[in-house]
Design a protein. Structure first.
Length: 256
């Protein structure tokens, strides 16, 4: 169920994260940074839904601007919600309801829609995209489902965490999570999402074009599976975690 305090649940969270002024452009032409995180839901400290959530960076970002508590996703499924966000066409209108369906311009009647980044490009913005912005996990220039022809520049860096030594916590009981990965091999600095964020930050820092920019950065986490550096799990004492409001543990029982 989608709650009234939901913050772009499930398929996508889209946050107009920052509007930055540059000496190269006029006050009316602001640079735009769009940050998306997958399955973000409304678990932020600032939102107040779950006080034990530790989200200092997103809280600080919210303190610098407008923090919306009544923002909702158009669909609880990734592909429909992302196509809706970028096109402005609701899934009920487009008919896109599942992840396996075609890109919106491949649906009859929507062949000529203008995507959000395309709209910015048509108005003189330099458009740069990386990560999981549409449903695919990275901006592959050969994948039609990321609308590659309407970006000036694509960053094809992968997102999330790799396999191999990048292991996830395994649920060993309802009250205990055991670390199962190689703690030396998985650090904050070598996760794909961190690499992507660093590359996007470097692009913004070194941007020297005369035109304003529209930069979009799509992070995969906190989408499952929850592969995270051990330092973050060490912040949690699972024995003292309170159930979130409305949570019914019996719903997780086999056969329940």
């Amino acid at each position: 169920m989608i709650r009234s305090t939901q913050f772009f649940r499930s398929g996508t969270i889209a946050l107009l994260a920052a509007i930055l002024l540059s000496p190269l452009i006029t006050a009316a032409q602001k640079n735009v940074l769009l940050i998306m995180a997958d399955d973000y839901n409304y678990w932020t400290g600032k939102n107040g839904y779950y006080p034990q959530a530790h989200t200092p960076n997103i809280d600080a970002l919210g303190d610098r601007g407008v923090f919306f508590t009544e923002a909702h996703s158009s669909s609880p499924v990734c592909h429909p919600s992302r196509n809706a966000l970028w096109s402005g066409i609701h899934p009920i209108t487009s008919g896109i309801s599942r992840n396996g369906e075609a890109f919106i311009r491949d649906h009859a009647g929507f062949e000529n829609i203008t995507s959000l980044h395309q709209y910015f490009a048509q108005r003189g913005y330099y458009t740069y995209g990386g990560g999981k912005l549409w449903h695919p996990g990275r901006m592959d220039p050969n994948n039609n489902d990321v609308d590659p022809g309407n970006w000036h520049e694509l960053n094809s860096q992968n997102t999330g965490a790799n396999g191999g030594t990048y292991k996830s916590y395994q649920l060993t009981s309802k009250s205990n999570y055991a670390w199962s990965g190689n703690t030396n091999a998985m650090t904050t600095n070598n996760t794909n999402d961190f690499a992507l964020a660093t590359q996007v930050a470097d692009f913004i820092t070194n941007y020297d074009k005369q035109s304003p920019f529209f930069v979009a950065c799509g992070l995969f986490r906190p989408h499952m599976h929850w592969r995270s550096p051990k330092e973050f799990w060490d912040k949690i004492d699972s024995a003292n975690l309170a159930p979130p409001p409305g949570y019914d543990p019996t719903l997780d029982e086999p056969g329940g």
